[in-house]
Write a protein that binds this ligand. Structure first.
Ligand SMILES: Nc1ncnc2c1ncn2[C@@H]1O[C@H](COP(=O)(O)OP(=O)(O)O)[C@@H](O)[C@H]1O
Ligand SMILES: O=P(O)(O)OC[C@H](O)CO
Length: 522
């Protein structure tokens, strides 16, 4: 806990926060809150936390996904903005009604998703191209053949895959009439979702991003943590499009007073997976978290030097705060909870995601049925954008319960592939901290521990992404003094230990490997 608790501030409130509250003219007897805006792939969430990580208010809104062509995924930027603003206003008002004064905002977001807008009107010139979108697969293939991947990997830690922003930016500039010329003149702005929301929240005054989001564009050097001129040239991205790169906990400006009735400081920006890592308090090298939302993302803190994977994992920035940078090794899986959503919305064989737990538990084993949910290609460690999903081992007996179990199992096997790649890189975690919507499913957590052969730890707060953004904002505002101060808040809800016999694990993984080999194209 902080030496300067903000809740029920009186004697002992932090200096900065005290000044902040004076500026806001707020009642010092009120609890002070930190509002996280968590803009995810399928929904926008706003959560107000107090300094002890207690949830004061939570509001969430889903928004439509657009699939204009096979392999394309888009969002309407207006949906991103309106759902963010509506949930933020609802959470802000609920917190206020409960006697909690919001002191600052932290933004966290689906990463890589690319938006370009007109600096004068604020109007996007095209829909947001979502991280899952595969439309630039051919461009990536051609650039790979030209040897660009080596330079990209050396400078950014990323690979030439349609996942990242740089080829999405190029696609918009080349397909929207006049866009390239306008970008070169400085009339357009590019942003990942954090930058776009910051622009909207500040009434068009701030065009900034943070190191974790910039690290996913394929345009930022991991060494200088600035835009890389050589990469801008290779991907033909005009410099004038780009935001300023900041720390994750920093001064990002204030909200337009019309939005919340007064100006609120925006004190943090971070990509959602890095924010989850902060929410899980993975502050020391070797600590690892895995988030199970739409996709699954495993991040291991590797300390103040980038660690280069020999096994197709990404090197990325974990955070930069208080001037200190930490790097991470990341494994990115494109489909996790989305496979469960497909059972519900695509096949209609379940009514709710939670139903999968009982269906899976009713079977003694998977009876040879495997699902490889490569709906938008395969991410780490395969990086095969053309792979498509498959279900194998179906017989006349196969029913909804087998499909449900296969979908849940696939998430655990994919995590296994990532940890195997980490192990091959010489990094073997003894336990893993998990979070995200899927971790409510105890069956998945036990199977995950069984297949990984290590302990799986679930924290009390499973919305660690939002919590991480709140922590970062709190750090900037002086609510917390240091990462160590934040780490005291982490509390375990449950621990799952491996129970599966080694032979069974080996046979199960072998069945999965066989299924993956059948969908791969490279
Ligand atoms: N009990 C459950 N069992 C399995 N999957 C679940 C369960 N509850 C939620 N999910 C899945 O988790 C995902 C939602 O998690 P969330 O962290 O909110 O995702 P995101 O931030 O990517 O939008 C959905 O894809 C949903 O299918
Ligand atoms: O929206 P999520 O939680 O699935 O996260 C998306 C990732 O940031 C994509 O890299």
């Amino acid at each position: 806990m902080s030496r300067f608790p903000l809740a029920s501030m009186g004697v002992g409130c932090s200096h900065k926060a005290y000044i902040q509250d004076k500026k806001l003219g707020s009642d010092m007897s009120k609890t002070t809150g930190l509002m996280a805006l968590d803009q995810g792939t399928t929904s926008s969430r706003a959560i107000v936390f107090d300094h002890k990580a207690e949830k004061i208010a939570l509001h969430q809104k889903e928004f439509p996904q657009h699939f204009p062509k096979q392999g394309w995924v888009e969002h309407d930027p207006d949906d991103i903005w309106t759902t963010t603003l509506e949930t933020a206003r609802d959470a802000f008002q609920e917190a206020q009604a409960k006697g909690c004064e919001v002191a600052a905002i932290g933004i966290t977001n689906q990463r890589e998703t690319t938006i370009i807008w007109d600096r004068k009107t604020g109007q996007p010139i095209y829909n947001a191209i979502v991280w899952q979108d595969r439309r630039t697969a051919d461009i990536c293939r051609a650039m790979k053949a030209d040897g660009v991947e080596k330079t990209l990997h050396e400078r950014t830690g990323l690979l030439l895959d349609p996942y990242f922003s740089m080829t999405k930016i190029g696609w918009i500039l080349d397909h929207v009439e006049g866009a390239r010329a306008r970008a070169e003149k400085g009339d357009l702005a590019f942003g990942t979702v954090d930058s776009f929301l910051l622009w909207k929240l500040t009434g068009g005054k701030k065009h900034k991003t943070d190191v974790t989001n910039a690290a996913r564009t394929g345009l930022m050097s991991l060494e200088t943590l600035e835009w890389d001129e050589e990469l801008l040239r290779l991907f033909k991205i005009p410099r004038a499009l780009l935001p300023q790169i900041m720390d994750c906990a920093d001064d990002f400006g204030e909200t337009d007073p019309s939005l919340f009735g007064r100006a609120l400081p925006i004190a943090a920006l971070a990509g959602d997976q890095q924010a989850a890592s902060i929410g899980q308090c993975c502050f020391t090298p070797g600590m690892i978290k895995s988030t199970y939302g739409t996709g699954c993302f495993v991040l291991m803190n590797t300390g103040d030097n980038p660690k280069w994977s020999q096994n197709r994992l990404l090197t990325t920035v974990a955070y930069r705060m208080q001037g200190q940078v930490a790097y991470a090794l990341e494994g990115s899986i494109f489909i996790a909870g989305a496979a469960v959503q497909w059972l519900r919305d695509g096949l209609g064989i379940i009514k709710s995601a939670a139903q999968t737990q009982a269906l899976a538990a009713n079977l003694a084993d998977n009876q040879g049925v495997y699902m490889v949910p490569a709906f938008t290609g395969l991410g780490a460690p395969h990086w095969d954008p053309d792979a498509r999903g498959g279900i194998f081992g179906i017989t006349r007996d196969t029913g909804p319960q087998h499909l449900a179990r296969a979908a849940l199992e696939s998430v655990c096997y994919q995590t296994h592939d990532l940890l195997a790649a980490m192990e091959a890189d010489g990094l073997s975690p003894k336990s893993i901290r998990v979070d995200g919507g899927m971790v409510a499913n105890d069956w998945v957590m036990q199977f995950l521990s069984d297949i990984l052969g290590i302990e799986v730890e679930r924290p009390v707060v499973s919305e660690t992404t939002a919590l991480g953004a709140a922590y970062l904002a709190g750090l900037h505002m002086g609510v917390y003094e240091s990462p160590a101060d934040i780490a005291r808040n982490w509390a375990r809800d449950a621990r799952f230990s491996p129970k599966m016999p080694a032979q069974t694990r080996k046979a199960s993984v072998a069945g999965w490997d066989d299924a993956v080999a059948r969908v791969k194209t490279i």
